[in-house]
Structure formats: structure tokens, C-alpha cells
Design a protein around this ligand. Structure first.
Ligand code: NZQ
Ligand code: ZN
Length: 393
């Protein structure tokens, strides 16, 4: 087991009607004027925004609204939101939405305090100098942003999508009411299921040999997500299944499933190039690339893949040839993605075949112009990355 620091300070308020506590919770954290950040239509249509505004008023707080956050948020929009937040002199940022809204709120909270070049932070050249307090009412179990230290944004000019990790990105609180996810279309429900699995798998598939407890957490989280994923796809208003996914989503990215391991996160980096370039949903992009990545790296440690197949999908271990079990685990994962209508190739994702030119562009960007490699399970350079994209075509 590797040395680690585990710090997961976000207060989680889980369950029915908890969005009505948003205002009081902002007040608890010392907020006096809150910027409420939300997306396109879903939170207005469901009446959620009105309920949140009511709770803010009841707590005696002032507020301003920033709406229209798009999926895969753009850096230019984030900068406009920061200018607005400064003008309004808010002292708390409250996200009401999924990962795109939460990440926009995090970026605003950093940008209001940090007058330097923010993109340097996204490119991990420096850390932020501070941030406003930030909280969330989560409407989509997927990104795990409510408890992660990460914030992901796409720069408009070159469509480079990057995330930075910082303690400044930790939310003070997150409200997670599974009922708010009933309105999710099946596609976004499925994208969320894949993303929850991937935060776990990107920690699980890493080179360390011994981490019993983390592996056990990871496998339980994966089994829970697969089982309840099937249930919600058939029965979207099943409270218990939605609740399991909500909690799994939060825990999938708060580091608990990966403590003591040297995470890989290669598939996430492959995907960020896809959603950066083609503006696709993050979870669907992950589903499209994962099988190719897994087959490319599998022989670095087939027993790890076999263990995953046995403990998550209940496969039988093939003692005469463990590699068979490893490949069967990859097939089982893709079968699950297919069962919830997720793509397993880039052509299925995009509806066209990705050109060699685009693969070259994505590989070049993924390596930051050949200045970095990605992954730890198997360290991948630009040529490896090109191969994986070709396999995923
Ligand atoms: O804009 P509205 O109308 O609200 O619609 C949204 C959006 O179109 C809709 N939606 C959200 N909640 C809903 C709902 N529709 C009906 N009912 C609800 N309850 O869902 C669509 C997608 O929303 P989005 O926030 O983009 O999805 P997600 O939560 O998957 O977030 C994706 C973003 O998070 C980043 C991704 O890269 C992507 O940019 N990630 C952030 C991470 C982090 N900060 O830790 C980690 C992740 O790995 C990921 O990279
Ligand atoms: Zn993700």
C-alpha cells in the first residue's frame, strides 16, 4: 500500500426534500449573498430552482442567478460568470445541477478570489490562491464533482479540456436527493452510470499489488452500480435504486476507492479529448473508449482484470488460462454498457468514423504536445494513444 493523504471534508446531506435546506446550509457556512448557478432547462422545468430560491430567501440571504451552463462547460462562459460574480459581490457559490454546473461553480469560486491567469491553473502550472465557499444541490449522479477535488473545463480556442485538482475545489456541502434524478432522460442516466464506474475503475486498474480494503470498496461500489443501473433503466422512479446510484456517484470520486493506490486515469484522459473535440457526453465517451484501452493494457496484469471479472460480474476463474477470464471481464463490461444503450466504439458514439487526422490531433493534445505520458497500469506515450484510439474506432 502506498502512502496517502485522505481528506474528504464535504458535508453530505442526503435524502428526500433536502434541497429545501440549501439556504440554511449556505447561512451555516457564513454566506450572505449567494450566486445560484444552474444549467439549461431541467432545474427550471422541475421547479427545483424555485424551491432553492425559496430556501435562500427563508434563510434571509441575498442572491443572484447565473443560468445557461452548458454540458462540457466552456472557459469563456466561466470567465463571464466570474465577472458577474465579482460585480454582484457574492460570497458563496451554489451549484444546482450536474458535473458541468458544479465545475462551473467551482471555477467561479476560484476565479473570484484569484486574479491571475486561470488557465494556468487548469494546465496544472500553479495552484489557485484561494476560493469562495461553494456548495451544490446535485441533480445527476455521475461526475462525483460534489465530493471531488477536481474541476474540468474546455478552452474554446483549441478545445483543450482540462481538469485541475486542488483542495480549493472541495465543496463545503452537497445536497443529494435521489428524487431529483427521476427526471433524467435514460441517456444521461446511463452516462452517469458509466462515469461512476469509471472513476472507480481508473483507480482500480493501477499497478499496486496490495490494497485489500480499497479493492473491496471499489468492487462493492461497482457491483452496486451495475445492479442498480439495470433497475433504474427499467424503473426510473425506483427510489432505492436511484438512492444507491446517488451515493455511489458521490463516493466514486471522493478517493475512498483508491486510497493507497497509484491511480491510472488514462481512460479519463482519452475521453476528455473526445468530449473536448466533439462535445459528446462524458460518460458515453468513456464507454466508447474503455474496451479498447482495456484490451491494449490487459496483458500488463491479466490477474487484475480477472479478479475484477470474478468479483464484480461473477465470472468463473479460468485456472488453466487466467487471460481468458481477463478478456471475459472486458467483454462483460461492454455487454453491460450495451445493455444500458451506451456506445462501445467511437463510431457508435459519434455516428461517423474518426479520421486519422483527428486521432493525431487528440493524441497530440492528450500528451500535451508530447511532454507527458498518461496512465500508470501501463504508461502510454503518443504512439500507444494513437493505437488505442484506432482500436476504439
Ligand atoms: O442543462 P440542463 O437542462 O440542466 O440539462 C442537463 C444536461 O443537459 C441534464 N440534467 C442534469 N440533471 C438533470 C438533467 N436533466 C433532467 N433531470 C435532471 N435531474 O443532463 C445533461 C448533462 O449534464 P452535465 O452536468 O453535463 O453531466 P455530468 O454530471 O455528467 O457532468 C459532465 C461534466 O463533468 C465533468 C465532465 O468532463 C463533464 O464536463 N467531470 C467532472 C469531474 C469532477 N469535477 O470531478 C470528474 C468527471 O470525471 C468529469 O470529467
Ligand atoms: Zn468521469
Amino acid at each position: 500500500m502506498q502512502n496517502f493523504i485522505f481528506h474528504s471534508p464535504t458535508k453530505i446531506i442526503f435524502g428526500k426534500d433536502t434541497e429545501n435546506l440549501a439556504g440554511a446550509e449556505v447561512k451555516n457556512w457564513g454566506g450572505t449573498k449567494v450566486l445560484i448557478v444552474y444549467g439549461g432547462v431541467s432545474a427550471i422545468k422541475s421547479g427545483l430552482i424555485n424551491r432553492v430560491i425559496e430556501s435562500v430567501k427563508e434563510a434571509g440571504l441575498e442572491y443572484a442567478l447565473w443560468s445557461g451552463v452548458k454540458p462540457n462547460p466552456l472557459f469563456s462562459d466561466v470567465k463571464k460568470a466570474i465577472a458577474f460574480a465579482k460585480e454582484e459581490k457574492v460570497d458563496f457559490v451554489l451549484a444546482v445541477g450536474g458535473g458541468s454546473v458544479m465545475d462551473t461553480a467551482k471555477a467561479i469560486s476560484v476565479g473570484v478570489v484569484d486574479d491571475g491567469d486561470l488557465w494556468e491553473i487548469f494546465m496544472r502550472k500553479r495552484q489557485p490562491v484561494g476560493s469562495l465557499h461553494v456548495g451544490a444541490v446535485v441533480t445527476l449522479p455521475a461526475s462525483g464533482s460534489e465530493m471531488s477535488s477536481s474541476c474540468v473545463v474546455t478552452r474554446d480556442e483549441d478545445l483543450v479540456k482540462r481538469g485541475f485538482f486542488s483542495e480549493e475545489n472541495r465543496m463545503q456541502f452537497a445536497i443529494t436527493n435521489p428524487e431529483l434524478t427521476y427526471t433524467l432522460p435514460p441517456y444521461h442516466t446511463a452516462c452517469g452510470i458509466v462515469d461512476i464506474m469509471m472513476h472507480t475503475l481508473d483507480r482500480y486498474f493501477s499497478p499496486d499489488e496490495y490494497s485489500d480494503l480499497s479493492d473491496g470498496f471499489a468492487e462493492a461500489l461497482l457491483r452496486t452500480t451495475v445492479k442498480n443501473g439495470y433497475i433504474v433503466m427499467d424503473d426510473p422512479e425506483n427510489y432505492d435504486a436511484r438512492a444507491e446510484l446517488m451515493w455511489a456517484g458521490t463516493l466514486s470520486h471522493n478517493d475512498i476507492t483508491g486510497v493507497g493506490r497509484n491511480w491510472d486515469f488514462g481512460p479519463h484522459q482519452f475521453e476528455h479529448e473526445l468530449s473536448g473535440l466533439y462535445d459528446v457526453a462524458h460518460g458515453a465517451g468513456l464507454a466508447a473508449i474503455w474496451g479498447a484501452w482495456a484490451r491494449y493494457v490487459c496483458e500488463a496484469d491479466p490477474l487484475r482484470f480477472a479478479r475484477y471479472g470474478v468479483n464484480v460480474f461473477g465470472l468463473e476463474f479460468d485456472y488453466s488460462n487466467p487471460l481468458n477470464t481477463a478478456y471475459a471481464a472486458i467483454d462483460a463490461t461492454e455487454d453491460f454498457f450495451k445493455a444500458i444503450d451506451m456506445p462501445i466504439t467511437m463510431s457508435e458514439l459519434l455516428g461517423f468514423e474518426v479520421s486519422d487526422e483527428d486521432i493525431e490531433i487528440m493524441a497530440e493534445k492528450c500528451t500535451n504536445q508530447q511532454t507527458r505520458t498518461i496512465g500508470t497500469f501501463m504508461v502510454l506515450d503518443k504512439q500507444d494513444i494513437i493505437e488505442v484510439y484506432r482500436m476504439a474506432r
